[in-house]
Write a protein that binds this ligand. Sequence first.
Ligand SMILES: [Zn+2]
Length: 260
Amino acid sequence: MYIVDVHAHLDFEEYDKDLDRVIGENQSSGVKAIINNGVNPESNRKVLELAKKYDVIKPALGFYPVWAAQAKEEAFDAEVEFISKQEKIVAIGEVGLDYIKGDDNPHGDKYKNEMKACFEKLIRLAEKKRLPMICHSRRAEQDVIEMLESSSLKPNQVVMHCFMGRQHLVKRIIDKGWSMSIPCIVTRLQQLQENVAMAPMNQLLTETDSPYMSPHIDIKRNEPRFIIEGLKKIAEIKKLDIDETSKMIYMNYQNLFNRF
Ligand SMILES: [Zn+2]
């Protein structure tokens, strides 16, 4: 099996106690690559450390939209500068826009303009570094798409993570030649199943958003190896064999990210 997870957060405290074991178990279950997405300055540094320690972890550095909008401008700019100097990263992520008010976003879309200004700077960074961007777009799908469309990013530089926008927006993503990374909860979310049905195989990737969104009701903490559940669903929708499906997605991963 060739399992790839293009969106995980193994730097989060949920893995502090047993990351060695988690990585070992995941590799013996066929996980070939995990793109760990950084979410703020502290997380970005931890991601770089993890990537040094574990071969299977590939570093993506970014700034989660909610925290980017709350950061002081100088601090945000300093982090963009830090990221721009990193030679061994495979993507810019996690980045994007988030307009939904909740525990992890107390202000909702109140600081929308600040968020957009930060995202704009991160788009410039991805253009300059010629790296793919891994984009979060919760309740801000149209704005994210429009900002990406007006950039000079190439089709192979955009990955929409856990995309939950309307069907005409899914179509726009597909027409642009961008990729969508499908979380393993595709097993129970019809909208994600429809995204899979609409997209050509060569525009699909797999992800977990670990530690969140476990496909198992009785296991709260997600892990990259659980992508097997997502792969089964994708294979079923695309009427393919599961091994074939995993190889095709692995190839998509290599085409987009495998620089080192
Ligand atoms: Zn995430």
